[in-house]
Design a protein around this ligand. Structure first.
Ligand SMILES: C[S@@+](CC[C@H](N)C(=O)[O-])C[C@H]1O[C@@H](n2cnc3c(N)ncnc32)[C@H](O)[C@@H]1O
Length: 234
């Protein structure tokens, strides 16, 4: 094991007040703060974390895509090597992650490369899942309900199958896949029970019932929440 410790730090979904006290403490002390760059919102993660960073902190951009389907293995290997060099030099490294690091976060691909080789601590973050539910005023699930989280990147028949089999669902990574999701919800008779939450806690935040959403695409930072009963508590 090396002298430095690696932290995967969840910074929450966007609202700076949704960063935990523990994340703030770790960020204040870290010698190196690494953040993914690209279409992934890494700059957003840095914006959220920025007020908590020490003056002399070394900022390490990591050219990683949020979505592994769009990522390339070499970029993750390079990022893992850059982080390892700092750890070997005895410096603690905090890698920023929007929301929670282990909820579809890019950090988990670094974790996959470094677990067992370096000391790692994951600092859970408030996930977009619960932030979107709170913003929309829609409890996710209750009692014996199952809750499915499914990326909109899945094939339409997969979406149909997964949505058919659950009481509650959160469809993430909506972006340009909106039309496909809309068709699946329509065919299952779930459109009236669904709401789209876009950019929760960020500029341009909005909550729109699916039956009022006219566009063919929304932001990548959008999710659709649906509950078969309409209201989780009824
Ligand atoms: C790769 S996942 C990362 C999730 C993140 N680790 C978390 O815990 O929230 C990215 C997806 O999370 C959802 N998401 C993340 N931040 C969001 C926000 N502020 N508002 C709405 N959805 C968000 C979107 O569906 C987006 O496509």
């Amino acid at each position: 094991m090396m002298n430095g410790r690696l932290y995967g730090v969840g910074v929450g979904p966007g609202d700076p007040e949704l960063l935990t006290l523990k994340a703030a403490r770790i960020l204040r002390r870290a010698a190196v703060v690494a953040y993914p760059t690209g279409e992934d919102g890494g700059a957003m993660a840095l914006g959220i974390a920025d007020p908590h960073l020490a003056a002399g902190v070394l900022r390490l951009p990591l050219p990683l895509a949020f979505d592994p389907q769009a990522s390339n293995e070499a970029a993750y290997d390079g990022a893992a090597a850059a982080i390892t060099a700092h750890l070997e030099a005895g410096r603690d490294v905090a890698v920023l992650c929007l929301g929670d690091p282990f909820m579809y976060g890019s950090f988990l691909y670094l974790f996959a490369r470094l677990a067992g080789r370096v000391e790692i601590e994951v600092i859970p973050g408030i996930s977009s899942l619960t932030a979107c539910a709170a913003l929309a005023g829609r409890p996710l699930a209750a009692r014996g309900d199952s809750l499915v989280v499914v990326p909109a990147t899945r094939r339409e028949d997969d979406l149909m199958r997964l949505l058919f089999a659950t009481e509650a669902a959160a469809i993430i990574k909506v972006g340009r896949h909106l039309a496909k999701v809309r068709r699946a919800l329509d065919r299952l008779g779930l459109t009236e029970q669904a709401v789209c939450v876009e950019r929760a806690g960020l500029d341009g935040q909005r909550v729109v019932p699916m039956n009022e959403l006219t566009e063919d695409s929304v932001s990548y930072f959008a999710m659709i929440l649906v509950h078969r009963r309409g209201r989780a508590w009824s």
